[in-house]
Design a protein around this ligand. Sequence first.
Ligand code: PNS
Length: 164
Amino acid sequence: MSLAICPGSFDPITLGHLDIISRSAQIFDNVIVCIMFNSNKTKPMFAISERVEMVKKVVERFPNVRVDTSDGLLAEYAKQFDGAVIVKGLRAASDFEYEFQMNHINKKINPELETMFLTANEKYTFLSSSVVREVASYGADLTGFVPREIVDEIEEKAKLWRQK
Ligand code: PNS
C-alpha cells in the first residue's frame, strides 16, 4: 500500500493545502497529513490542537486521509512508515529553493526517504497561511482562501486578536 505524508504547519490550512492533499489522496492509497513545527514561524495563530481539529473537519470527506502531529524531525517521523513518500506543493521558484534544501536535509537524516512535489493549482499560487492570517487580521471575508467549514472559526480567532 502506498503512503504519502503531507507535512506542514497548517496555521491555518488553506484551499491550496487542501488541493495538494486531495490530489495526493487520488495518487496514493493512504495519506497522512502531519501537523508539525516550523522553527521559522514562532508566532502561531492557532494552537496545534486547534489546527488538528480544523484539518480533521476539512479532510473528513476523504476516506484514505488521516491527521497526525509530530514535534520532531520530519525525516525521523517518516521512518516509522516503510516506503512512505513526502508530498509537498510548489507554488513558485522561491518555494523550490527552500524545498530543495529541506529535501537534502531530510535525505541526510533518512536516506531512504523520497520527496515528491506537486505543482500548485494556478488558482492558489498566491495563497499561503500567512496571507490568510494577514487578510483575517483586517476582518476581510476569507471565502476563497480557506475551506468553507473553517471560515467562521478563523474569522472569530482574528476578531479576538484584533481586540488584544
Ligand atoms: O507549512 P510549512 O511551515 O512550510 O511546513 C514546514 C514543515 C513543518 C514541514 C517543516 O518546517 C518541517 O519539516 N518541520 C519539522 C522539523 C524538521 O524536520 N525540519 C527540517 C529539518 S531541520
